[in-house]
Design a protein around this ligand. Structure first.
Ligand code: SER
Length: 886
């Protein structure tokens, strides 16, 4: 009996032999389709090949595609567990032709594989076709020899396949298997078609049209093939089962659930095990593809599925969290075909465990409330919407969980009442917001948030994605389009652009639509709505258009490295400086990082070196950076660093990196850095490359600021410092290692030379030491008046004293000029100060020089002068004054 793994291989091998490229499954979060919540069929990753927008180096492909149908057009959630063939997660096997072969080849391939390779008896097979498709009917007749009554014409959309409201589409032919008349049911199109006897196993779509939002349809330029066969269905058939949940793979998961809960797999809890087995697959694969539980968008669908499974585990009487214990069984079954499952195993386990632990805290009370409410209802009556809302709002019961619980009793929820309660809560939130003093012009964003919900951020996993333009805001007003040269705020439903927050700057990049291009210069977040601040650079962009969003990859790369390095820096600071270090602010820009932290004095050079070395040690460790979602309490219990006074919601994103080793503080193997953080990070610490501290400065009282560089910028910085050092060494004609000693010696030498120069200048001013001989006798008082060049005001005091001591008794006057500044100084020896004051002499000289003032003591005074142009007159005036005093 072939296992599901065997069947998958046979399918891919068959088409590979027939010239098809085996292409990996694409992620469950579609990157190329903003209208889809999850990848729901094999053709999603090829959508643009059918429409001709994109070409690849192959025109035939085959895949086993992961699919989730739990929201939107194809939603199977409500039925899972209760039916034989509904799943939230399934694998779709498919073969594709992109303008290569068409119907006449696709039908024979399918027929040969089913009847020859899989050995399905021909007389068990029948097909449907779109009612007008005579061509398909003729091919079926020719290839399979099917009689008319086994080629059933269907006039409805059942045989016209559409992926969603827009996109490539076309008529299809479906292949059915007849399980035999022991099972009730009629062929497709008959009144009994809903029975379980005739089961659709393969859908071949003849892609030839494209559907647009306005309802119009165009014929595609080329005709293509898209087929889809659920692995679980064909598996059941080939394993001789009627129920997908009886296949080897699903059975192994059901057994694991039975083992973990000690509840009979086929007993009264059978439905619960089936729900758990299915939901284990969808939740694990979603987490592996980067979806995390949240209260918005895809994260909320994940949460709904998780909680639904958890209620079923609870119904089985499990007293502890169950789901995470089943992950090894899933990885064992599917890890070989989908290696991402093994890679994400720790994250999946942790996410399931923490969600289940948390949900269990309210599950019991919620279920009791539900029982209470129901016991008061008349037989068969629906649960009032208000009660369902309370379960949602207070106990974390998604609506479909309550519906699922009531279903077992044949009851439903009054949806209108639920919706009314939800609307009332939103109105209250709105009123609280408008009273909170936010700027009135923010109202537009709040309205958008209310209308469309928060923007879904895809940028943890991708830097390119498609989004749908929900609004264009120009100068605060919503517009339908924005033309070339316009500055516009672009709002999309989902975006890979990071909106500035937590110190990480907003992303920049490009937004392209069919009619134009816009350059995004910043991304901000207002009321949960991402505003891509852009300038239209070509054509025009229009509201409602699909848009290709590409983040500036290199810039984001350095921002990521800087942000992760900030976390390592934070921890290194705490290790080196002490636990009092707490984050006070940060900036993660593309060119540098900045970190403000509480600390009272400058960080010493030695500590800077230790901090830098520690960060680099953890970069070289190259350990993975891990992200988890948990309650703030759990995060604190883990030792996560959080911003003091910051408000956190009821769940937080926790980013961890680094393992402590022998050299670090703390226990070996402990996580090094754990922080609450919504930012984008490198995959492994090694991706940071290198780290260089620039320096530390005071930011405000008790807060220091450190700036640093990473990666190439860090290396460039070190290189340029080194180049400067080499240059200095070159100038000094020294080895780099000797530079410090040489500079020190030069500084000493310079000081000594400066002293000598001053000394020499004085001697020069003294006229070579023989100054005394040129003194004149003015009425019995010796007077020496001299003009000197190159002597500054600071040196004049010493010069005057020296001249005085040479005279022994007398008065001196010096008119000095240096660097364009004129100074006058006078001195009178102590024996004469009673008769002549140096101050008077200086004032007489400055007045003669066209200035004013000067001052000091009677034995020595000094003053500035506009110039020495009248030096002779100044000396004559002073001489005259001395003569008068003599
Ligand atoms: N797109 C089609 C389907 O999902 C065939 O792959 O059924």
């Amino acid at each position: 009996m072939p296992s599901l793994n065997d069947i998958r291989s046979t399918f891919l091998g068959y088409f590979e032999k027939n010239g098809h490229r085996v292409v990996d499954s694409s992620p469950l979060v579609p990157r190329n389709d903003p209208t889809l919540m999850f990848t729901n069929s094999g053709m999603v990753q090829f959508k643009n090949l059918f429409t001709g927008i994109e070409t690849r180096d192959y025109n035939r492909a085959t895949t086993a595609q992961k699919c989730v149908r739990a929201g939107g057009k194809h939603n199977d959630l409500d039925n899972v567990g209760y039916t034989a063939r509904h799943h939230t997660f399934f694998e779709m096997l498919g073969n594709f032709s992109f303008g290569d072969y068409f119907k006449d080849q696709a039908i024979p391939y399918a027929w040969e594989l089913l009847t020859r390779d899989f050995g399905i008896p021909r007389d068990r097979l029948l097909v449907t076709i779109y009612h007008t498709d005579d061509e398909a009917a003729a091919i079926w007749k020719k290839v399979a020899g099917l009689p008319d009554e086994r080629i059933i014409r269907i006039p409805t959309s059942d045989n016209f396949w559409q992926m969603g409201p827009t996109g490539p589409c076309g008529p299809c032919t479906e292949i059915f298997y007849d399980h035999g008349d022991h099972i009730w049911g009629g062929p497709p199109g008959s009144p009994d078609e809903d029975g379980d006897r005739f089961i659709e196993i393969w859908n071949l779509v003849f892609m030839q049209n494209e559907q647009f939002e306005d309802g119009s349809m165009r014929a595609l330029d080329m005709q293509s093939i898209d087929t889809g066969m659920g692995l679980e269905r064909i598996g059941a058939l080939l394993q001789g089962k009627h129920d997908n949940y009886d296949t080897d793979l699903m059975r192994a998961l059901i057994e694991a659930s039975a083992h973990a809960t000690s509840a009979d797999p086929d007993g009264p809890g059978k439905v619960h095990h089936r729900v758990i087995a299915d939901h284990l697959r969808s939740t694990s694969f979603l987490i592996a593809d980067g979806v995390m539980p949240s209260n918005e968008g895809r994260g909320y669908v994940l949460r709904r599925i998780m909680r639904r499974a958890m209620r079923h585990a609870h119904m089985l009487g499990a007293s502890d969290p169950v789901m995470h214990r089943l992950v090894p069984a899933l990885v064992h079954e599917m890890g070989a075909a989908y290696p991402e499952l093994g890679r994400a195993q720790a994250l999946i386990t942790e996410t399931l465990r923490s969600e289940e632990t948390r949900f269990r805290q309210t599950l019991d009370r919620g279920l009791r409330l539900l029982d209470d409410e129901v016991s008061r209802l008349p037989e068969g009556a629906d649960l009032p919407g208000a009660a369902a809302f309370k379960l949602y709002d207070t106990y974390g019961f998604p609506l479909d969980l309550t519906q699922d619980a009531l279903r077992e009793q044949g009851r439903a929820v009054e949806i209108a009442g639920f919706d009314a309660a939800m609307a009332e809560q939103k109105a209250k939130a709105r009123a609280a917001w408008s009273g909170s003093g936010e700027a009135a012009d923010a109202a537009i964003w709040f309205n958008l948030a209310e209308q469309h919900g928060a923007t879904e951020f895809l940028g943890y996993d991708t830097e390119e994605a498609e989004g749908q333009i929900l609004a264009l805001v120009i100068d605060g007003n919503p517009q339908d389009s924005a033309g070339e040269g316009t500055r516009v705020g672009i709002v999309v439903n989902q975006s890979p652009f990071y909106a500035e927050s937590g110190g990480q700057v907003g992303d920049t990049g490009l937004i392209l639509t069919e009619t134009g291009a816009a350059r995004v210069t910043d991304t901000r977040k207002i009321a949960g709505v991402f505003v891509h601040q852009a300038e239209v650079t070509r054509g025009q962009v229009q509201r409602g258009q699909g848009a290709q969003l590409s983040v500036d990859h290199a810039r984001r790369g350095t921002i990521r490295a800087n942000h992760s390095a900030t976390h390592l820096l934070h921890e290194a600071l705490r290790g080196v400086l002490g636990d009092h270090v707490a984050q006070r602010g940060s900036l993660n820009a593309p060119d540098r990082l900045r970190f403000d932290f509480s600390h009272n004095h400058a960080v010493s050079t030695a500590d800077m070196a230790r901090i830098e070395a520690e960060v680099n040690e953890f970069i070289r460790q190259n350990s993975p950076v891990e992200t988890r979602i948990m309650t703030p309490e759990d995060a604190r219990a883990l030792g996560a660093q959080a911003l003091f006074g910051e408000k956190y919601g009821d769940e937080v994103r926790v980013v961890s990196m680094g393992r402590r080793g022998n050299s670090g503080k703390g226990t070996d193997g402990q996580t090094y850095s754990i922080e609450l953080c919504g930012g984008t990070h490198v995959a492994r610490t090694g991706d940071i490359g290198a780290f260089a501290l620039l320096g530390d400065s005071a930011s405000s009282a008790g807060v220091r600021r450190i700036e640093a560089l990473t990666g190439q910028a860090a290396l460039d910085h070190l290189r340029s410092s080194d180049a400067q050092l080499s240059e200095i060494a070159g100038v000094l004609k020294a080895q780099a290692g000797d530079v410090v000693n040489r500079v020190r010696a030069l500084a000493d030498e310079r000081k000594q030379l400066a002293n000598e120069v001053a000394q020499l200048k004085r001697q020069l001013a003294m006229g070579g030491g023989a100054g005394g001989s040129e003194a004149r006798d003015v009425g019995g008082i010796r007077f020496l008046g001299r003009r000197v060049e190159g002597v500054g005001g600071k040196e004049l005091g010493a010069l005057v004293d020296e001249m005085k001591s040479q005279l022994g008794s007398g008065a001196v006057l010096v008119l000095a000029e240096a660097d364009g500044k004129a100074t006058v100084a006078a001195g009178v020896t102590a024996d004469l100060t009673a008769r002549i004051s140096a101050v008077a002499l200086v004032q007489a000289a400055t007045a003669a020089l066209g200035g004013k003032g000067g001052g000091g003591r009677p034995d020595r005074a000094q003053g500035g002068a506009p110039s020495l142009a009248d030096a002779d007159r100044a000396i004559a005036e002073v001489e005259k004054l001395i003569g008068e005093s003599a």
